[in-house]
Design a protein around this ligand. Sequence first.
Ligand code: NAD
Length: 259
Amino acid sequence: MEFENKVALVTGAGSGIGKAAAVRLAAGGASVVVISRTLEEVERTRDEIEAKGGKALALDADVSLEEDVAKAVAATIERYGRLDIVVANAGINGVWAPIDDLKPDEWDKTIAVNLRGTYLTLHLAVPHLKKQGGSIIIVSSINGNRTFTSPGATAYSSTKAAQVAIAQQLALELGPDKIRVNAVCPGAIETQISDNTQSRNSEEAEIPVEFPEGDIPLTGGQPGKSEDVADLIAFLASDASRHVTGVPIYVDGGQSLLR
Ligand code: NAD
């Protein structure tokens, strides 16, 4: 069991990539703390993990609120006594609109969940990782890093670029503490994220480009699955990646090379 005696905390573990990562890490023997805004959602993830013989603790916390994240980290330590792996995954697409239409509150919301949420998760988890070392995986995107082809996604792309900067900056800062920090950059993945997307007049910000058929070279155009990303997260969490830190890794079937 590659994660035996390890404790992992996964934010946004109620659906999609976070849920798949939690299930994957638990299958490898980790005790997994699954966090999301909605308790019901993560309780389902916990039940699924326990039904397969794994160990999990479900907690509700909004990653943009310091008090919520602090409580979740404290509950993790209280239950399992340590923390080795952190998957900072919770995120929303938010509002996609032309820059002169995007409202300050809409901008702030995306930044709060995706960027402040990542900061708070790491800010509060790192003191525990420092005790024995560990691995941090930040779920970024091809958006904001290799592609800029989602019209109106300025706030979203900004957060995703910043997350890669965080991974690189902290890889240096935390290297001496034996904490690795990497980012995964998924392309189109089938999840619930479209429920958290509001598009308004975004076509006005679009430059029409016709993509060839089979926009994702490896799959003939089909989006990836959350499990495709979860396997990469498991690699980055495991000892097999012990010399890998400060890198963004694309998991997109080649999509961002074409776009
Ligand atoms: P999803 O909507 O299926 O899951 C997101 C999870 O985060 C849910 O459990 C949701 O409840 C939780 N969440 C949302 N806001 C939260 C908050 N404030 N506090 C705590 N939990 C919160 O989405 P997904 O596609 O699995 O997205 C996960 C990550 O993957 C995001 O960071 C997203 O930017 C990134 N990503 C997704 C894709 C894709 O195509 N699906 C592509 C690139 C990157």
